[in-house]
Ligand binder design. Structure first.
Ligand SMILES: [Zn+2]
Length: 90
């Protein structure tokens, strides 16, 4: 079991771990969130100009779920596609 701290942001965790040089101790759930957010980073609806809003639920990798709110179907399809792809630079 790894410890999870509720309600802290991915950005904060990543920033502090980089500063302290402790990347390997990042919670795998946080890693998952960070890589998922990276995949949709910069993605915007071509019609409405809005980014998808991604939420994560669950405290362990086994029960973590992504929920996305998009302005329309087209963005939703593109965001799903982006998330389904593996990160190219791993
Ligand atoms: Zn849209």
């Amino acid at each position: 079991m790894f410890k999870t701290i509720p309600c802290y942001s991915v950005t904060t965790v990543l920033a502090s771990s980089v500063a302290l040089g402790i990347e390997e101790s990042i919670d795998p759930v946080e890693q998952f969130k960070a890589s998922t957010l990276q995949k949709v980073d910069g993605l915007r609806c071509a019609v409405h100009g809005k980014p998808p809003i991604v939420d994560f639920h669950g405290l362990t990798l086994r029960d973590v779920r992504i929920s996305m709110r998009c302005c329309c179907r087209e963005l939703s399809a593109r965001a799903n596609q982006a998330i389904a792809k593996p990160l190219s630079r791993i």
